[in-house]
Design a protein around this ligand. Structure first.
Ligand code: FMN
Length: 257
């Protein structure tokens, strides 16, 4: 198949499909929730998630004021609620959640407003806000997680049918939002680093652990004198001498959380 050049304005459409989450927040008794497709996990320790949210969103204001919010995953059975969450603003259309037929419950850790009908929900504490371009990266730390029985260490996808978003059509009207849902998932299990990949996987962990061991035993002010030993470790494993810097940086983050 031949790749053909696509208009740069189609960037988000090329990145889709994505599973949009529902971000919910409350301040002084006023609750709002919005759909957000531009989100990602940023760190596992601490557990951080970033969501790109435009300052115009009423939910943005509520998150910044209260610093507590939730991230919710809706089943495709609730697709009919998405226009309330993604096309209507609480600022102009008060009570949109109730009008969508959605209810709020409370998280146990922070008391965050959670969508009662969600298949999974995360309670979030605001960590940092970065101005990106037309959206800000709202980074939050996960305080607690809730999920329906379909989640059993991994999603079984027997009862949970995530909503997938493919973008909206361009004007002229009528503008349409395009969603995909799946009836059946072709779930496959692949062995981790199979066959010829096994050896490098083990070597990788061995180098990481060796660097961490050495650093753990030495005060950071004296890490400089470990350089020859670490460089030797790199040589033994056929790595480049300056790989040491990256391994030190990686281990530092695990050692000093
Ligand atoms: C599928 C979908 C994904 C969306 N993703 C985002 C997003 O990632 N960031 C954002 O700021 N707005 C996003 N929006 C738009 C907001 O959900 C929308 O502006 C909403 O009305 C804001 O509500 P609020 O003003 O009550 O907070 C998305 C909308 C839809 C339908």
């Amino acid at each position: 198949m031949v790749l053909r050049r696509v208009d740069i304005r189609d960037l988000d459409r090329v990145l889709y499909p994505k599973i949009p989450v529902v971000v919910a927040a409350e301040y002084k008794g006023r609750v709002s929730a919005m759909l957000a497709a531009w989100w990602t996990q940023l760190s596992s320790d601490p557990p951080l998630i970033g969501v790109a949210i435009a300052p115009e969103r009423y939910t943005y204001k509520l998150i910044l004021k209260s610093t507590i919010y939730s991230i919710n995953f809706l089943d495709a059975a609730h697709l009919d609620k998405t226009p309330y969450l993604g096309d209507a603003s609480e600022r102009f259309y008060p009570g949109k959640l109730a009008k969508a037929g959605l209810n709020i419950s409370r998280g146990e850790a922070l008391g965050a407003p959670i969508i009662a009908e969600a298949s999974a929900a995360l309670e979030m504490k605001l960590f940092r806000v970065f101005e990106a371009g037309d959206h800000d990266m709202i980074i939050g730390e996960v305080a607690s997680i809730y999920a329906i029985g379909d989640f059993n260490g991994v999603w079984k996808l027997n009862s949970y049918r995530p909503i997938m978003y493919l973008g909206r059509t361009r004007r002229p009207a009528p503008v349409k939002r395009i969603y995909a849902t799946c009836r059946d998932f072709d779930v496959k299990e692949l062995e981790y680093a199979p066959g010829e990949l096994k050896e490098q996987a083990m070597k990788r962990v061995k180098v990481m652990e060796a660097v961490e061991e050495l650093l753990k035993k030495t005060p950071p002010s004296e890490w400089g004198r470990l350089k020859p030993v670490l460089e030797e470790l790199m040589r033994e494993n056929n790595l480049e001498a300056d790989d040491v810097e990256y391994y030190i940086d990686d281990a530092r983050r695990r050692l000093f959380k």
